[in-house]
Ligand binder design. Sequence first.
Ligand SMILES: NC(=O)C1=CN([C@@H]2O[C@H](COP(=O)(O)OP(=O)(O)OC[C@H]3O[C@@H](n4cnc5c(N)ncnc54)[C@H](O)[C@@H]3O)[C@@H](O)[C@H]2O)C=CC1
Ligand SMILES: O=C([O-])CC(=O)C(=O)O
Length: 343
Amino acid sequence: MFAFKLVNVGVAKRTFSSSATVANGVKVAVLGAAGGIGQPLSLLLKHNKSISHLSLYDIVNTPGVAADISHINTASKVTGYVRENDGLKLALTDSDVIVIPAGVPRKPGMTRDDLFNTNAGIVKELAVAAAEFAPKAIMTVISNPVNSTVPIISEVYKKYNIYDPRRILGITTLDVVRASRFVSELKGTDPSNEKVTVVGGHSGVTIIPLLSQTGHTFTDEELKTLTHRIQFGGDEVVKAKAGTGSATLSMAYAASCFVDSLLRAMVKGEKGIIEPSYVKSNLFNSDNIEYFASNVELSAEGVGKVHPLGKLSAYEKDLLAAALPELKKNIAKGAEFVANSKD
Ligand SMILES: NC(=O)C1=CN([C@@H]2O[C@H](COP(=O)(O)OP(=O)(O)OC[C@H]3O[C@@H](n4cnc5c(N)ncnc54)[C@H](O)[C@@H]3O)[C@@H](O)[C@H]2O)C=CC1
Ligand SMILES: O=C([O-])CC(=O)C(=O)O
């Protein structure tokens, strides 16, 4: 198959200010663009006015996805690539933001960590290519297990001497989207007005919703049920999809919100844009935990400021205590995978 390129008319020229803030549109590369998340995410990103070039890469089917999306009458250029003919290099070169939803999803009965054996290699391959062809891009990852894929990317970037922790973010927005929806269902409020901070990581007990900070009061029973539903919301979808995959549409929505926030900070220089994300963090240095999701103020470089957790209830302190050992294991597994790789 040939690398495939489609060019729309009316594309804004990319220019950059001296402060590296993107002044006139950005190139966003989606790696895994033909998948269950990749396709709706690419569709949503085609509507983002800050994007001048949407670059779609997958090992299969990208030409069709790119041709389809390129007919939408928004200004951005859409290009599609497969592996052959330097597709990955072309997809990545000059990218400002990379989003990775490549990799296998769960089937019922699996944990996210069960995806490690397949997805670690995929994410590593894409990180190596990004290090070579787009070392300055802000790298964002959806592929599970996020708790381990972020450390994998970091370790690859260290090997290539391009590591800047501000430029690598694990997307945990779906946990916030779900938590806000579930709280609003219980409280009869408008979900778009709910803002639940979710911290920790992105799997089971490492997902810690800070419900004490929502301004609502919950009975002990409500707190337990709600927390469990937020921690295992992904399993609800995996079970309902009965072997055909995991959350794709809600994830695409969540990732497009996240990318939009990032672009508002990068392109428009907006201050105070906060998205909880899984990043290199000093919050739990004393426990030797290098990565942690918390509220992150986004900037032109990706991570601006990592916010502390704020006041936790006794219940949340217990959740945190349960999360930290699991998180530590997941992080070590990702880092060891790269350390033990021959190439
Ligand atoms: N961070 C989060 O909150 C969430 C993460 N996920 C994760 O996202 C990942 C993708 O999920 P789906 O889109 O449902 O899976 P999918 O199987 O529908 O799509 C994955 C795509 O990745 C592509 N791919 C495989 N190897 C590749 C490679 N080496 N380079 C480029 N592309 C490659 C496949 O061809 C496929 O099109 C899974 O790991 C899933 O667990 C899913 C939901 C939420
Ligand atoms: O549950 C999964 O495997 C996919 C995912 O990360 C989520 O939906 O939160």
